[in-house]
Write a protein of this length. Structure first.
Length: 383
């Protein structure tokens, strides 16, 4: 369905607040008001791995996503630490996405806990604001979860808006006030501007969006190549990307950090199989099969490698996925190094129903399982 002209577009970005932690609180109301941290086992401050997410009570202690779990424990030793339950979060996400889908003709899921909606049919930002309030209230009443919503003329500004008044906020940015909204913000709110790019922009005197707008496009392109043109446009609130209902999930995966570096290769293999099974369950819950499989390893000393295999046809077969993962991991296992982490990721998804004429009676794609070595391309690269 073609979307409206960019100048007439009204877009929501719906972002669930502390989603994993919020689902855990919903399942166990006794957690409410306490610092909840979803991630690895802290093991009294000696644990490895990272924080997946945490609630706002935990953030008051300086805990945040991707923080090493050992540091999270140092900052919040009395926090409640919970290992992720991805199947539970996936079920909650499906229900939320169903409600979002019913509220619009064009929905683009952007992750397990966020989505874009094209609500241009509202015609006015006033009507869109009311729709956002109704949607937020519906999710709260029926799913017992909180979300924040950005309402704006495009996806870029809507996403920045959803983060403006968390948790449970609604931020409406009309066309004429986009620049006023963006200018005071850090350049880091723009797409693709991470810590390293922020440092380079700061060296050019651009720490805010307003100061970034003062840098000529040609200078940004000399410094950043084609990405320079992108951030020049973003600093002006320009984004013509449509809300795309056909946007595919990019990847699904699992990683496991060992409590202590290990050279027990059987334990590494078992852990890898656990990662494969969890990633496969996520994939099948979305009714997808995958073509590209990736194994990631991290040795002691944080040396990280990955190996990737692309099948000629996608698969959902447990046997094929496990066999391919172990095959890719074997060169690393033979190295005799101690492992800190092992992981497995699926990508390049396709719905299996598109392959029905190719599927045997036992649900396997002909020739793939028996001739994997002749039908894959492998890549080795440093992360």
């Amino acid at each position: 369905m073609p979307g409206p002209h960019a100048s007439d577009r009204i877009v929501f970005h719906v972002d669930m607040d502390c989603f994993f932690a919020a689902v855990e609180e919903r399942e166990n109301p006794e957690l409410k008001g306490k610092p909840v941290i979803i991630g690895s086992d802290p093991r009294g401050g000696l644990g490895r791995g990272i924080v997946a997410t945490c609630n706002y009570e935990a953030r008051k202690f300086g805990v945040r996503s991707a923080l090493p779990i050992s540091l999270a424990y140092q900052r919040c030793p009395k926090g409640i630490y919970i290992r992720p339950r991805f199947a539970l979060y996936s079920q909650a996400s499906k229900r939320v996405m169903q409600r979002l889908s019913a509220a619009t003709d064009i929905l683009e899921p952007a992750g397990i806990d966020e989505a874009y909606l094209d609500v241009s049919s509202c015609k006015t930002f006033e009507a869109a604001h009311q729709k956002a309030k109704d949607l937020q209230r519906e999710i709260k009443e029926h799913e017992r979860l909180s979300c924040s919503i950005g309402v704006a003329p495009n996806k870029l500004v809507a996403k920045i808006g959803s983060d403006h008044r968390k948790p449970g906020g609604i931020t409406v940015v009309i066309d004429k006030r986009v620049q006023e909204f963006l200018d005071p913000k850090s350049a880091g709110v723009l797409r693709g501007v991470g810590p390293k790019t922020r440092e380079r922009l700061a060296a050019l005197g651009a720490e805010t969006v307003a100061s970034l707008r003062e840098i000529p496009q040609e200078k940004l392109e000399r410094e950043f190549g084609r990405f320079g043109a992108s951030i020049w446009r973003q600093a002006r609130g320009l984004d013509d990307r449509p809300v795309d209902p056909t946007r595919e999930t990019k990847s699904m995966g699992r990683e496991r950090t060992f409590g202590v570096d290990t050279d027990d290769m059987d334990a590494v293999r078992r852990t890898l199989i656990d990662c494969v099974e969890s990633a496969r369950e996520d994939m099948l819950s979305e009714e997808l099969w995958a073509r590209t499989l990736t194994v990631k390893v991290r040795f002691d000393g944080y040396e990280t490698h990955s190996k990737q295999t692309t099948l000629r046809l996608p698969t959902g077969s447990k046997a094929i996925l496990e066999s391919a993962a172990l095959s890719m991991a074997e060169p690393f296992l033979e190295a005799g190094r101690k492992f800190r982490l092992i992981g497995f990721t699926l990508s390049r998804f396709e719905p299996p129903e598109e392959l029905l004429p190719l599927i045997d009676d036992d649900g396997r794609i002909p020739n793939i399982a028996s001739k994997t070595g002749n039908q894959v391309e492998s890549k080795n690269h440093e992360d």
